[in-house]
Design a protein around this ligand. Structure first.
Ligand SMILES: Nc1ncnc2c1ncn2[C@@H]1O[C@H](COP(=O)(O)OP(=O)(O)OP(=O)(O)O)[C@@H](O)[C@H]1O
Length: 321
């Protein structure tokens, strides 16, 4: 289903990172939108940049795509500078922007053929159509496509040159749940073929499904980065339950932060297993039923929200610097 890519040989595959970003800064006039971020993406890996609107994700991606020079710092794509060595980098880079300006008069197949004519060794157009489930829309004019179909055409265009490095800016925005899943499968196939994928998304389940590593941005900086497990572990676990009116309150174990009050109890803890064991032992001893008991480890979503609303301690440290 995912044929081995035939890539142009001018940049040889190496063990080096496919993307290297070092202390990147980008400004618009006096406003610094990207404030010193660093990360790497390896071949065969999906790296997700997360953050609320205005965090600086697109501003960073535009430098990687060679659309703008950095104000400071360095960006390398397959070892080359995407602005200065644009002609070398471009054939190996597949880019899906947030918006595209495709001519509405061409059909889907004509659009793909026109773009394929500019590439060395493009995918055959029927394969590109099938890749994004647009085979039955091949003869439809672009202006008549639905928003989701147009997004899938954009995606097919970005992958037409069998790129080794793929940059996807919110790839599934506007897609229905089924199309979104199909895009996820497509991305997994690209990575299995050895591509490096950098994506931004507002859908945390998309990052959870695809990303090997994640960076969460706020105010132009990376506040948290690592594997999903590493990021989840930065957040406290939650224990939540409801007590009957006549039940006694349990003693609060050491190190627990009490969030909920009264009959509806919520605790946050860095030691989920011993705290839960202590609670269950107390409940058994006193014959107390813990209604709607929930015990949950920290999550990527929790980390995202903590960074987004500035309550993650790292956010404050970063922004006060
Ligand atoms: N051309 C521009 N001129 C001035 N400011 C800009 C320009 N483009 C972006 N900005 C500002 O830079 C900041 C970062 O914007 P950017 O689009 O990179 O964020 P983002 O994380 O991609 O957001 P979103 O999730 O909404 O796409 C924002 O405050 C934005 O208003």
């Amino acid at each position: 289903m995912h044929p081995t890519p035939t890539r142009s040989p001018s940049i040889a595959p190496t063990a080096a990172p496919a993307i290297e970003v070092t202390d990147l800064r980008r400004s618009y006039g006096d406003f610094e939108a990207v404030r010193g971020i660093s990360f790497e993406v390896q071949p065969g890996e999906v790296f997700a940049l997360l953050g609320v609107n205005g965090a600086g994700k697109t501003s960073a991606l535009e430098v990687l795509e060679g659309l703008a020079p950095p104000a400071a710092g360095a960006v390398r794509v397959l070892g080359a500078d995407p602005v200065r060595d644009r002609a070398r980098v471009r054939p190996h880079l597949g880019v899906l922007l947030q918006t595209s300006g495709l001519p509405g008069d061409l059909t889907v197949a004509e659009t793909l053929r026109a773009w394929a004519g500019t590439l060395t060794g493009p995918r055959p157009v029927p394969e590109a159509l099938a890749q994004v489930q647009l085979a039955d829309r091949a003869d439809v004019r672009v202006r008549s496509l639905s928003g989701g179909e147009r997004r899938r055409l954009d995606l097919a265009l970005s992958l037409l040159g069998r790129p080794a490095v793929v940059v996807l800016d919110e790839p599934t925005t506007g897609l229905d749940p089924e199309s979104r899943r199909q895009v996820w499968e497509l991305v997994k196939g690209l990575v299995a073929d050895g591509a490096a994928v950098l994506l931004t998304t507002h859908h945390l389940e998309e990052a959870e499904e695809l990303a090997d590593r994640v960076a969460i941005m706020r105010g132009g900086q990376i506040v948290l980065s690592g594997t999903q497990a590493e990021i989840a572990e930065t957040q406290p676990a939650t224990i939540r339950f409801t007590l009957d009116d006549d039940a006694p309150q349990p003693p609060v174990p050491t190190g627990v932060q009490v969030v909920g009050q009264g009959r509806r109890v919520e605790w946050h803890t860095r030691a989920l297993q011993p705290v839960l064991a202590e609670l269950l032992a107390w409940a058994a001893e006193h014959g107390v039923v813990l209604r709607t008991l929930l015990a949950r480890a920290g999550s990527l979503e929790q980390a995202f929200l903590a960074v987004a609303d500035g309550t993650d301690p790292r956010t404050t440290q970063e922004e006060n610097r």
